[in-house]
Write a protein of this length. Structure first.
Length: 196
């Protein structure tokens, strides 16, 4: 069964990205082949190569699609003036959903979450920088409006701590449900710490 979680500009690319996600979750990235992805997408290998250069290119575009979705959800969660606890709960949940569930509940989740190579690593770095920028902007604006307490007045350090906490929870969670439960506690603790 192919997961339908990653958006793309065109239908065929989206089908390939979602097929690849399903295959990566089933076999792991290293064992997955272009043939496996083609079968899951219901296409020929030649058709896959018309859209992506190789497996790493597919992974890189998948990472980019993930961050597009996560950034939109984070920006919506961190609307100015939203009650603090609610904003933090929604912001922490912005990286969850069916994609996180597929990865965390996969027997290959640890491999997929800790991959660092080539283009996918660069997309991950860029996506994380964009996520951090959204957090920094929100923290700065909310502190200026007196709605939060910003330790040391350093929004960048607080954003780094939030992101590191979320990452640590993801890497140590037993499964998706455990991750979501831990995020709720984490968001509540942050809300208490940022309350003026």
């Amino acid at each position: 069964m192919t997961l339908q979680l990653l958006p793309s500009a065109d239908e065929k690319s989206a089908r390939i990205l979602n097929a690849a996600l399903s295959v990566f979750a089933l076999y792991g990235y290293r064992r997955a082949s272009m043939e496996d992805i083609a079968k899951a997408a219901g296409m020929s290998r030649a058709a896959i190569y018309q859209h992506f250069r190789n497996k790493e290119d597919i992974l890189s575009h998948g990472v980019e699609a993930y961050f597009t979705v996560a950034l939109a959800a984070l920006k919506e969660a961190l609307r100015p003036g939203r009650p603090l606890r609610e904003a933090l709960q929604l912001a922490c949940a912005s990286g969850t959903g069916e994609l996180a569930e597929a990865l965390l509940d996969s027997p290959h989740g640890e491999e997929l979450l800790s991959m660092k190579s080539g283009e996918a690593e660069e997309e991950t770095r860029r996506g994380n920088e964009q996520i951090a920028a959204v957090w920094v902007s929100w923290l700065t604006d909310e502190a200026a409006a007196g709605r939060i307490y910003l330790p040391d007045g350093d929004a960048g350090r607080v954003a780094d701590a939030i992101i590191a906490g979320q990452h640590g929870l993801k890497m140590t969670a037993k499964n998706y449900r455990d991750y979501v439960a831990r995020l709720e506690i984490f968001a509540d603790l942050m809300a208490r710490g940022l309350t003026p």
